[in-house]
Design a binder for this molecule. Structure first.
Ligand code: IMP
Ligand code: MG
Length: 175
């Protein structure tokens, strides 16, 4: 076993994750009753959350993906680029961005402002985890599964240098 796996503590078990996602899916269904929804999953981290979320929803879903990345210099500059754009027209549509985590807020701020320029009928955000105390820029989050402490999380989509996403629970590394 490598050092990351050896030192990984469980923050949320698979069962806790699934039961919280079910609650959030029900809230989304209530808010979009009688409508259909374009769900934009933000690659790669949000894949796991997105799949479990949309399977628990009754609202008809059109699934899309986008990929963004931020330049990480010595400072968080908030420079975000789109690596994979949308291939559908969202104008006049109800759209939900599904992201794994909001940290400083730069990624979702950028994505939300960009998607807003495409004139959707509505645009909301669902996140699996929110590290509130790390926020540097304000972004309204409509659905949050877990508010978490300022710990680096791993598993269930969260990576360290692209590894460990497939760990089935949300873990953290004890400092
Ligand atoms: P933000 O722009 O600072 O809000 O960045 C959010 C992005 O940072 C997420 O999409 C993740 O890719 C990454 N990130 C932030 N915190 C963690 C963590 O604890 N584990 C893994 N990735 C993280
Ligand atoms: Mg991400």
């Amino acid at each position: 076993m490598d050092n990351v796996l050896k030192n990984l503590k469980v923050m949320y078990t698979e069962e806790q994750i699934q039961s919280r996602i079910k609650e959030v899916a029900e809230n989304i269904d209530k808010d979009y009753e009688g409508k259909e929804l374009i769900v934009i999953s933000v690659l790669k981290g949000a894949i796991f959350f997105t799949v479990d979320l949309v399977k628990k929803m009754k609202t008809p879903v059109i699934l899309e993906v986008m990929q963004v990345s931020s330049y990480q210099g010595t400072q968080s500059t908030g420079n975000v680029i789109i690596k994979k754009g949308l291939d559908c027209d969202i104008s006049g549509k109800d759209v939900l961005i599904v992201e794994d985590i909001i940290d400083t807020g730069y990624t979702l701020k950028y994505l939300k402002e960009y998607l807003q320029t495409l004139n959707p009928n509505s645009l909301k955000i669902a996140v699996l985890a929110d590290k509130k105390e790390r926020r540097e820029i304000d972004v309204d989050i409509d659905y949050t599964c877990f508010e978490i402490e300022n710990k680096f999380v791993v598993g269930y989509g969260f990576d360290i240098d692209q590894k460990y996403r497939n760990i089935p629970y949300i873990g953290y590394i004890e400092e």
